[in-house]
Design a protein around this ligand. Structure first.
Ligand code: SF4
Length: 103
């Protein structure tokens, strides 16, 4: 039986482990490979200015993952998650044709 005292001793440790696990997971996400079929289909590039403007005329100067509604990284991060590419991270300076301006 778990006593109140042992719960109080375990609870902070569990919280610290959860925080560590969360930060490790975010840092360990693999980068999206622009050659990956899904990424290629969406015209994903690591540097937005390299977007294929002929194939993706939707691209406009100034657009990048950092300003996209689907970007999950924090301001100033070099990379972060993206709702389109689950389990991977995209470059904050990247771009793809699913770009949706942040509200
Ligand atoms: Fe970047 Fe947005 Fe495309 Fe994701 S959906 S790769 S955040 S432009």
């Amino acid at each position: 039986m778990t006593s109140r005292r042992s719960f109080i001793q375990i609870f902070p440790l569990a919280g610290a482990l959860a925080l560590c696990a969360k930060s490790v997971v975010a840092a360990d996400l693999p980068n999206v490979d622009p050659k990956d079929p899904q990424a290629a289909a969406l015209g994903y590039v690591v540097v937005a200015t390299k977007a294929d403007k002929a194939k993706f005329p939707k691209y406009a100067a100034g657009q990048s993952c950092a300003g996209c509604q689907l970007y999950q990284g924090k301001a100033g991060d070099a990379a972060g998650g993206c709702a389109i590419f689950a389990g991977k991270q995209v470059a904050s300076k990247g771009w793809c044709s699913a770009y949706t301006k942040k509200a």
